[in-house]
Each structure stands twice: as C-alpha cells, then as structure tokens.
Design a protein around this ligand. Structure first.
Ligand SMILES: C[S@@+](CC[C@H](N)C(=O)[O-])C[C@H]1O[C@@H](n2cnc3c(N)ncnc32)[C@H](O)[C@@H]1O
Length: 286
C-alpha cells in the first residue's frame, strides 16, 4: 500500500522535526526500557489507575522490581483503554499507530483484533527496534513500522479503519495532523487520541506546562484546539474521557521510583492545580 521509500530529507522537513527525531533516536530512559522489559511491550506513554500500595512495602531488595512492574501495569492499562475506543476492528482491517514509539500499543492492538497495524515514527531507531520486535513475535506479516512523518504518511487515501495518537500530538500542528488522519480514514473510521492538553479555562500555558514542553521539546496544545481542528477536518467526537484523576497515582508512584526523570513534579503540579488535563478523545470520520 505504500508508495516510494521516503528519504530522511522528505520525512524530516524542518529543523524542529530533526531535533525531535534526534531526541527519540538517542532516548534510552530507563523509565521506557526497564518497564518494557517486564513483558516485552515497550511503551513511551504514561499510566492510569490506582497503584497497589503494597509495592512500596516488603523486602527492600525486591522493592524496585515491584515498583517497575506496577508502573508497567499502569501504562499497559492506558493502552488498553485507548484500544477499547477503536471500535469494531476486524482481522482484515488496517489501522495506524501514529507516532508509534517502540510499538507497544501496536502489538497490543494486533493481539486484540488480529488486524494489520502500520506504525509511523520519525525516529529510525524506533522503527528498526519495533520491526525487529514484529519479526521476533512472528507478526511482521501484519504489524509494520515505517520511517514516516505523521503529517504526510504517503499511505493510500481511505485505507485505514482506525488511527490513533498515543501521546504524540504535541509535536505537530493539529490542523495538519487531523487533515492527514481524515484523508487516511475511510468514512465512519475511528480516530482516538490520549494526550495532555492545557486548560483554556485557567487561561494560557502555566509555568508547570511550560516545564513539560521544555523537558520534551514539545508544544502542549490547549484543550480547545483539539475540537476546533477536528471540526475543521470532518472528525466528529463520540467520546471525551477526562483521565486526569486516573493518571495522578502513576505520577505519584513514579516520583518515588528509581526511574523518575525529573518531570514528575511539573506533571503533578499541573494536574493538581488544574492547568493541565489528561484526555482521551475519540472521533468518527464523516
Ligand atoms: C511520547 S512518544 C509516544 C510513543 C507511542 N505512541 C507510545 O505510546 O508508546 C512520541 C512519538 O511521536 C513520534 N513523533 C513525533 N513527531 C512525529 C512526526 N512528525 N511524525 C511521526 N512521528 C513523530 C516520536 O518519534 C515518538 O515515537
């Protein structure tokens, strides 16, 4: 279904995109690697749900391993909730993981539906890592990862039954992004995102949200921008779920772990002061 093999120059079109790609090519944060090693599903997103407080108790020697496993359970639960919103996907359907990281959500979706999954990332390292995982899992006939720009994937118009962004919308212009999703989705196809967004009601980007942007070299969008850009691109919301209260326990546990990266305090501050939300939005293409 793909056309030409993209070169680095036409995938990474701006200095900003090159810097984002460089970040993810170099990224080896233990919070992403050690959690994935628990069961081989590697995620670069956050978790939801209450944590089991007993992981913080018990023998000191095994405490760290218990916390890592618990954080991984919460990030896997997040991906399951996203997949729950993709709708009725059949084995012959094709779906897109947009900004696919090391592929964890793609493999879980393929496991759930038996469908084709195309992951796209501007990090060649991530694409290579995930394609190797697909071969090791024996699903490379159905799950494939591509070095592509999510704003211009090159995939065929109307070819996707569903597509999603799991924490990857804050790197791009939402109008350009949703225009590409609307092009790729067939009529009635489902779009889902889980994302952090800042609160229009509290008025502008808070200091804590600015620290998150700075940490990841990204640009968190206001909540309103999602709905405006969806409406402008024939994407009609069907579910909006505020996951903010559900993600706070993940951050509280992570702040007490050896895999904390320093961004825990801005996230907890932003969520608790109300300047930032963790939202799931599902929309249908009409
Ligand atoms: C925070 S990670 C999320 C990864 C994955 N969705 C997950 O849940 O594990 C952000 C991802 O977006 C990708 N990304 C950022 N800008 C992109 C772009 N313009 N085109 C394609 N991928 C992009 C990065 O390479 C990275 O894989």
């Amino acid at each position: 279904m793909t056309t030409t093999m993209p070169s680095s120059d036409n995938v990474l079109r701006t200095d900003y995109q090159k810097s984002v790609a460089a970040y993810w090519n170099a990224e080896k944060d233990p919070v992403n690697i050690r959690l994935g090693e628990v069961d081989g599903f590697f995620h670069h997103h956050y978790g939801i749900g209450d944590y089991d407080p007993s992981v913080l108790q018990g023998p000191e020697e095994t405490r760290e391993a218990r916390i890592i496993e618990e954080l991984h359970r919460l990030e896997s639960a997040q991906a399951q909730v996203l997949i729950d919103h993709l709708g009725d996907i059949r084995p012959e359907d094709r779906i897109q993981d947009t900004g696919s990281g090391r592929g964890g959500t793609s493999f879980m979706a393929n496991q759930r539906f038996g469908c084709y999954v195309d992951g796209v990332s501007i990090s060649q390292q991530q694409v290579d890592f995930s394609n190797e995982q697909a071969r090791d899992r024996g699903v490379d006939d159905k799950v494939r990862f591509h070095f592509r720009n999510m704003l211009d994937t090159g995939f065929e118009t109307g070819s996707m039954r569903a597509s999603w962004n799991n924490e990857s919308t804050m790197y791009v212009d939402l109008y350009e992004l949703f225009s590409e999703h609307a092009r790729l989705l067939r009529y009635g196809g489902r779009y889902v995102t889980i994302t952090g967004c800042y609160n229009d009601v509290t008025g502008g980007r808070s200091k804590a949200v600015s620290r998150i942007d700075e940490h990841y070299t990204c640009n968190v969008h206001p909540r309103s921008a999602y709905f405006k850009a969806m409406a402008a691109n024939n994407l009609v919301p069907i579910s909006v779920v505020d996951l903010t209260a559900d993600t706070i326990p993940y951050w509280e546990l992570r702040a007490q772990s050896s895999v904390a990266t320093g961004v825990e305090d801005p996230f907890l501050t932003a969520y608790k002061e109300g300047s930032f939300h963790y939202l799931l939005i599902a929309a249908d293409k009409v």
